[in-house]
Design a protein around this ligand. Structure first.
Ligand SMILES: [Mn+2]
Length: 434
């Protein structure tokens, strides 16, 4: 059986389990629809409901439905309006077409007619059209059902891994194009365009807005402005950019120094080494929180080694100073969504981990298990807003911190699959395969 057909069997089994646990018989999943700007007739880019693309690799069909009843063949209702204004969406070829019952529809009422009158044991998942309000559905987006499905989604199928390996391959190829543009002294906008050109896509077809930061801009964590003009000097380049394949995401960050030697090049190398060391420490049963804390201790050692502090590494960590340089979490699940779901769920019943007071931005608390894919993305930045509260603090070597400021910062991010015996680095393997 192919990877996709095995995947479909797993998705069916997961829905069977989750629906039965809720006393439901079936689910109706809506792909969604593009939102329209206020007082306007132009829509924002369409983002498909992740549960829709979980079943079939169809990401560009708004106003479509999947109906699944426990133990039955999935039924897909694809919206194909008779409309001469727009190009008709092309149905992606593939095995999915033979694995489902496929019906083309022009409106939601056709689905209502096909499903019959009794939907009292059917849950609806999606941003629903208003028309479903009187369909007599058991529930709309019931939290307990969604928690159950989110919990299961942390373990990837072999089909999902194939998609994510390909997404990483395409993202890595574009990353190299962006890197080359940086060394050719391009502007941020030109580097962004080089990334898209290598991907052969428009920016709305990426899973998130690429972060393309030259020099100081590397310190702005969600920098998604692109300067049109190149700076007078190219010192450093931080790029956080991804790709989709069949709706599955890649999320990669790399940082480059313009000079191959010197202080900033060494800092990039140190963060890269620390990232790989933490990946080596990933093992089944360990908590991701432990890895996050382990990374803070490594960041403290780097901050000490590079002279940013006058105190020892242990004290840097104990006094909480690493949070000012590495303010975000170590990483997150990745899959159908860039920041994939279920990272705070303890079990399929929906019990959740509490947010940690010291590390509130960590997106993942679960223990490491085979089949999970998560990112590992440490960073060190000069974020003045975070340093303000330590102004005048003699533990800090402010002169040395001032030397890093013109470079912004460093982040290195890979996606890692947990296996029974260790890890597979989807991102580094993709770069190596280019
Ligand atoms: Mn990430």
């Amino acid at each position: 059986m192919s990877h996709y057909l095995q995947h479909l069997e797993t998705v069916r089994a997961r829905f069977d389990e989750a629906l039965t646990a809720q006393g439901l018989r079936s689910v109706l999943i809506y792909s969604g629809y593009p939102a329209v700007a206020f007082l306007d007739d132009n829509s924002y880019p369409f983002r498909v409901n992740p549960f829709f693309k979980y079943w079939i690799p169809v990401t560009e069909s708004p106003r479509s439905f999947i109906f699944y009843e426990v133990g039955q063949r999935p039924r897909v209702f694809l919206h194909q309006p008779r409309d001469f204004w727009h190009a008709q969406p092309q149905l992606p070829p593939g095995e999915w077409r033979d694995a489902v019952d496929l019906t083309l529809i022009e409106g939601a009422q056709a689905v209502r007619g096909a499903l019959g009158s009794d939907l009292s044991q059917t849950a609806f998942i999606g941003e629903g059209p208003e028309v479903i309000a009187d369909w007599g559905l058991a529930a709309v987006n019931p939290e307990t059902l969604i928690n159950h499905l989110h919990y299961q989604r942390a373990i990837k199928t072999s089909y999902e891994l194939e998609c994510m390996r390909k997404a990483n391959y395409f993202a890595a190829r574009s990353h190299n194009a962006a890197r080359d543009a940086f060394y050719n002294k391009a502007s941020e906008l030109e580097i962004h365009a080089a990334y898209l050109a290598a991907m052969k896509c428009r920016e709305t077809q990426l899973p998130y807005n690429s972060i393309v930061g030259l020099n100081e801009h590397g310190a702005i964590l969600h920098y998604d402005h692109y300067d049109v003009d190149a700076p007078s000097e190219h010192r450093s380049f931080l790029i956080d950019a991804g790709a989709y394949y069949n709706g599955y995401c890649a999320d990669i960050t790399r940082t480059y120094a313009a000079e191959s030697t010197g202080f900033f090049a060494e800092l990039v190398e140190a963060v890269d080494q620390a990232e790989q060391a933490i990946i080596s420490a990933v093992e089944v049963g360990r908590s991701y929180y432990d890895l996050h804390v382990g990374m803070h201790r490594k960041i403290a050692q780097i901050l000490k080694a590079f002279g940013f502090f006058k105190i020892d590494a242990e004290t840097i960590y104990e006094r909480g100073y690493t949070n000012a340089f590495f303010p975000h979490g170590l990483g997150h699940y990745i899959g159908l969504q860039v920041h994939d779901v279920g990272g705070y769920l303890k079990n399929a019943q929906g019990d959740a981990f509490a947010r940690d007071a010291r590390h509130p931005f960590l997106r993942l608390r679960r223990d490491v298990q085979p089949g999970q894919v998560f990112t590992i993305e440490p960073g060190i930045y000069v974020v003045d807003q975070l340093l303000e509260e330590f102004e005048g603090n003699e533990d800090f070597n402010w002169q040395r911190i001032g030397e890093l400021r013109p470079y912004g910062g460093v982040r290195i991010e890979d996606s890692v699959l947990v296996t029974e015996t260790g890890t597979e680095n989807l991102t580094r393997n993709a770069f190596a395969a280019l």
